[in-house]
Design a protein. Structure first.
Length: 191
């Protein structure tokens, strides 16, 4: 026989586990599974929370962006919105594309308000305050000066909302702002 073909000595058989050791190994495996399950559950909850937070932030960003666009449109053509209006954002995408804003709606309510001058004596700046009622009177003009005129403003109350189809409630973004009212025919240019 060659040295490599010589029979190897037999290894001794492992000792049989003692009676208490067999149950201990099973208990160790169960404890490891419970720890592993707890870690996976905590990780999945953290991931779900992060995803939900990202979705909410994205919806809030979209609401703010759409509100800014609609306000810019209203500022450009305030006379088209004097009676208030509402609608969707269908025009925000090119034809042939899926509209990501299908579930977004807007509504604007417009109210005409009057700003009455307050102050303005001895070269002070004239501040305009909204008149609470018709009984308020503007201050008397200084000697030889014309009294500042009351200004017409439009109070815009814009709400952009996100309500997915088939759901109730949803997110809303609300903004109130004031614009100079468009001049009526026969009036001079705004000052």
């Amino acid at each position: 026989m060659t040295p490599s073909s010589a029979p190897r000595p037999a290894r001794p058989a492992p000792a049989p586990p003692r009676a208490g050791e067999r149950g201990l190994v099973l208990l160790e495996v169960l404890v490891a599974l419970v720890i592993f399950s707890a870690v996976v559950l905590a990780w999945s909850r953290a991931t779900d929370g992060a995803v939900a937070g990202a979705v909410a932030a994205n919806q809030e960003r979209a609401l703010r962006m759409l509100a800014a666009r609609k306000l810019a449109e209203i500022r450009a053509k305030p006379s088209e919105f004097e009676e208030g209006a509402e609608g969707g954002f269908e025009e925000e995408v090119d034809l042939g594309e899926d509209n990501p804003y299908v579930d977004y709606r807007w509504q604007v309510e417009v109210e005409e308000v009057r700003a009455t001058p307050r102050g303005g004596e001895d070269g002070e700046d004239v501040g305009f305050l909204f008149s609470a009622d018709d009984a308020d009177e503007a201050p008397a003009p200084a000697d030889g000066k014309a009294a500042p005129k009351e200004r017409r403003l439009l109070r815009l109350d814009l709400t952009v909302s996100y309500v997915p189809a088939g759901e109730e409630g949803g997110d809303r973004f609300h903004v109130v702002t004031y614009l100079p009212a468009p001049e009526e025919e026969g009036q001079g240019a705004p000052r």
